[in-house]
Design a protein around this ligand. Structure first.
Ligand SMILES: [Zn+2]
Ligand SMILES: [Zn+2]
Length: 330
C-alpha cells in the first residue's frame, strides 16, 4: 500500500491517518498554506507552519484548533516522519515531506522558485514521490523576473501621477499584495490597500512581518489618497468601493496576463505578468532537483504536463485528481 493515496476527502496518508490540504472536513489536516483552495473550513485539527496560523485563524475562525511547526522541524505521527519545507509561494507556504520505512513523499501545495524577498525561499527536497501543481504547466508560460515587473509598476504609477490619476493594482490579497507592498519604492507616493488586504497584513504582523500601507474605508477622505498606489483584490473590480476612489487607471497582476486574450477579457488598462506559481521552466527545474522518479500532477494542466513528464523527462508521471483540477484563480 503506498504511503499516500486519495479518497473523497483529499490526499490521505493511511499510515499516519491524516490528510494534506483536504477538501472535505477531516480529523487531522496538514495545511501547505492559507489560500482558500488548500486551507478549508471544518477540520477538527490543523497542522501548519507558524507563519500560516494567524491568516488561517483570520479566514477560518479564531477558535480553530491549530498546531504549528517551524521549517525543517521533525514530528512523528504513527511512525511517519513529517517535516515542512519552504515552498516560496506566499509567507509560510510549505512543501510537506513524509517519510516512512525509507519511502519519501513531497507534497508541494503551490510553489515558486524565485526569491520574492519576503516569503522564505523555496528549497529543493529530495524524494521518491513528488506531488506537483501544474498551474502554468505549458511551455508558453515563461515569466520575467518579478523585480522587472515591480519596476514596470513603479514607472506606470509615475506616469499616472503626472496625469493626476490614482493607480489601482488588483491582485490576490494573500501573497501578491504583500509581495508588491514589500518591493515597491515608497518614495514615489503613498500606498493604500483595500481592508481585505489590510487584514491579511495585520495577521502577518502577528508573526513579525511589517507592511507599510493604510486601509481605505468608506469614510476615508478621497483628497488624501490622490496620486497614490492602491492595492485591492480582483473582486473589487467595478464595486462601489472602487468607484469612490476617484479618477484612476487600473491594472491586474497575474500569470494569466501573459496571454493577450486574458488581458482583454479583464477590461483593465494594463496587465502585469506576475505570479506566485512556477512557470514551465521552474516546474521542470523543481522536478529535476527533487530527483523523484514518480511525479503526480495536479492543479492545472495535468494531462499535458503529465505527458511531458513521461515522454520528455522519461519519468513516471500520472495525474492526481483533486477537487481543484480546474485552472487556479491566480
Ligand atoms: Zn496558493
Ligand atoms: Zn492552489
Amino acid at each position: 500500500m503506498p504511503l499516500i493515496s486519495t479518497n473523497e476527502n483529499g490526499i490521505y496518508c493511511a499510515q499516519g491517518d491524516f490528510y494534506i490540504d483536504p477538501w472535505r472536513p477531516v480529523n487531522k489536516a496538514l495545511i501547505t498554506h492559507a489560500h482558500a483552495d488548500h486551507a478549508r473550513w471544518g477540520n477538527k485539527k490543523y497542522l501548519c507552519h507558524r507563519y500560516t496560523e494567524p491568516v488561517m485563524r483570520h479566514r477560518l475562525g479564531a477558535d480553530i484548533v491549530v498546531e504549528t511547526v517551524d521549517y525543517n522541524q521533525e514530528i512523528i505521527i504513527n511512525g511517519v516522519k513529517i517535516s515542512f519545507h519552504p515552498a516560496g509561494h506566499v509567507i509560510g507556504s510549505s512543501q510537506i515531506r513524509l517519510e516512512y520505512k525509507g519511502e519519501i513523499w513531497v507534497i508541494t501545495g503551490d510553489y515558486k522558485l524565485y526569491d520574492d524577498g519576503m516569503s522564505t525561499p523555496y528549497e529543493p527536497v529530495k524524494c521518491h514521490h513528488f506531488i506537483t501543481e501544474s498551474t502554468f504547466g505549458l511551455p508558453i508560460y515563461q515569466f520575467e523576473s518579478p523585480l522587472k515587473v515591480f519596476k514596470e509598476i513603479e514607472e506606470w504609477w509615475k506616469e499616472n501621477q503626472a496625469k493626476d490619476l490614482n493607480t489601482i493594482v488588483m491582485c490576490y490579497s494573500l501573497g501578491k499584495a504583500q509581495s508588491i507592498l514589500n518591493s515597491i519604492d515608497k518614495e514615489i507616493g503613498p500606498i493604500y490597500v483595500h481592508p481585505a488586504v489590510y487584514n491579511i497584513n495585520q495577521a502577518f504582523e502577528k508573526v513579525g512581518f511589517h507592511f507599510e500601507a493604510l486601509p481605505i474605508f468608506q469614510e476615508t477622505d478621497k483628497n488624501q489618497i490622490k496620486n497614490s498606489l492602491i492595492i485591492c483584490p480582483p473582486a473589487t473590480d467595478g464595486s462601489a468601493w472602487q468607484k469612490k476612489l476617484g479618477p484612476a487607471r487600473k491594472s491586474f497582476c497575474s500569470g494569466w496576463m501573459q496571454v493577450r486574450g486574458a488581458r482583454r477579457r479583464r477590461g483593465v488598462d494594463k496587465g502585469f505578468v506576475f505570479s506566485d506559481h512556477c512557470d514551465f521552466k521552474s516546474l521542470n527545474e523543481a522536478i529535476k532537483n527533487c530527483e523523484a522518479e514518480n511525479i503526480y500532477v495536479t492543479h492545472g494542466y495535468e494531462l499535458q504536463f503529465t505527458k511531458w513528464v513521461n515522454e520528455e523527462l522519461g519519468l513516471y508521471g500520472q495525474v492526481l485528481h483533486t477537487l481543484f483540477n480546474e485552472n487556479e484563480e491566480e
